[in-house]
Design a protein around this ligand. Structure first.
Ligand code: S3P
Length: 443
């Protein structure tokens, strides 16, 4: 179904689980593929983006079995990949393209990475530049460093890279390339971005070093094959967290969710806005995992800027919806990175919020939202961006009348099953608590 029709929802009293973390799912397949034997990955997110990484790895000669919907067995090839027969299609996934570019930079063969229309518009100079300095030859066939990318890899030299952007994708591309270079490769970032690659290297016994905002890896090590458990994705949970936070008397428990503190900025923001939140880490493995317990309130505006932006980079669309529902002014600044995501998210958020009657001003690097004007249902486009579609579906739960979201197929890139959960929440009988485990697609 490509259009969603959404109406105002009752107070939320629910427990739920969300599918596996997207960033961690990508990395688990890549590291396992580089390892020295079979790795069982549980809780894998079988979304279109992560499946692009699975097919990319298969194209490089890695055997990957799918034992069930969310369990993969990846047979590591000891960093010895084989030349792909054709192009590697990264679909909509920026993480696949940028991280694969790092791995392919270190391979003694030529490869070509392609993507869909949205990915073909995204900037790749940010990875081309450091990988070229390491010795790879990369040609961007698109305008101004845009995909497709032709990579002629080979012997790499280690570099000390100071990244101009706080981007986990850039950091990871350089670190993964560093695995194929002789010696120590370092990346320094301007502010802390998600640290899943570093944690996973550590877990697969490739001892990275971390000092402040610099991470280093010693190359030519082969990750040790191990079982890995992917926690639920806090970026997917964020939609339900806001749905509960913005409604006094709502109560939501999210179980088995990743609580890595480079990703939990959304909780800090919602607490500042007035929600009551408790998080309990139950199982600190490679990644901390636990429960979030949230109680709704009358939210108030806040400021989100500076170093916090990287921590909430994927949550800005849904936090902008929370801001529109809150009383007072919310300022989002230093968020120019949102202009180069799956779509220009600042423009998309401003357009859709305005269509719902909210007061919003778009600035060069952010948004200013005066919350509290009642939202009205509208016909809204996803702009082909999964997080815009889901954020505005949640806005629809608070709007007067019906909200239609068009172009929702993109949601399968990160959260297959989102709409099923939404329907269960909408249909929940008043006063009754339900337990919703997001079902994953059966096709
Ligand atoms: C991701 C990093 C972030 C994020 C994206 C996933 C990752 O992108 O927005 O959804 O898995 O490394 P940037 O590194 O471009 O900020």
């Amino acid at each position: 179904m490509s259009d969603w029709k959404i109406r105002r929802a009752p107070t939320i009293q629910t427990e739920l689980e969300v599918p596996g973390d997207k960033s961690i799912s990508h990395r688990s397949v890549m590291l396992a593929a580089m390892s020295n034997g079979p790795c069982v990955i549980k809780g894998f997110l079988p979304s279109e983006d992560c499946l692009s990484t699975v097919s990319a790895m298969r194209a490089l000669g890695v055997k990957i079995e799918q034992a069930d919907e969310t369990t993969l067995i990846v047979h590591g090839v000891r960093r010895a990949f084989t030349k792909p027969k054709g192009d590697i299609d990264c679909g909509n996934s920026g993480t696949t393209m940028r991280l694969m570019a790092g791995i392919l930079a270190g391979q003694p063969f030529r490869s070509r990475l392609v993507g869909d229309a949205s990915l073909s518009k995204r900037p790749m100079k940010r990875v081309i530049e450091p990988l070229t300095r390491m010795g790879a030859k990369i040609t961007a066939e698109g305008k101004d460093g845009r995909p497709p990318l032709v990579i002629e890899g080979g012997k790499l030299k280690p570099i000390q890279y100071v990244s101009p952007v706080a981007s986990a994708q850039v950091k990871s591309a350089v670190l993964l390339a560093g695995m194929f270079a002789k010696g120590k490769t370092s990346v320094t970032e301007p502010t802390q971005s998600r640290d899943h690659t570093e944690r996973m290297l550590e877990y697969f016994l490739v001892r990275p070093q971390k000092q402040g905002l610099t991470v280093s890896v010693f190359g030519e090590q082969t990750p040790e094959s191990r079982e890995f458990m992917v926690p639920g994705d806090i970026s997917s949970a964020a939609f339900w967290l806001v749905a509960a936070a913005a409604q006094p008397h709502s109560r939501l428990l999210v179980k088995n969710v990743g609580l890595n503190d480079t990703r939990t900025g959304v909780l800090a923001v919602l607490i500042r806005m007035g929600a009551a939140i408790r998080e309990v880490i139950e199982n600190p493995q490679a990644e901390p995992v636990g429960v979030i317990d949230i109680q709704g309130a009358r939210l108030r505006g806040t400021e989100i800027r500076g170093a916090e932006i990287a921590n909430v980079i994927d949550e800005i669309p849904i936090l902008a919806v929370a801001a529109a529902l809150a009383h007072g002014k919310t300022i989002i600044a230093d968020a120019n990175e949102l202009r180069v995501k799956e779509t220009d998210r600042l423009a998309a958020i401003a357009m859709n919020l305005r269509a719902m009657g909210a007061q919003v001003a778009e600035t060069e690097d952010g948004l200013e939202i005066i919350g509290g004007t009642p939202l009205k249902g509208a016909r809204l486009d996803s702009f082909g961006d999964h997080r815009i579609a889901m954020a505005f579906a949640i806005a629809g739960l608070f709007a007067e009348g019906e909200t239609t979201i068009t172009g929702t197929a993109c949601v399968n890139t990160s959260y297959p099953g989102f709409y099923d959960t939404l329907e269960k929440i909408i249909r929940q009988p008043p006063g009754e608590q339900t337990h919703v485990v997001t079902s994953l697609p059966t096709h």
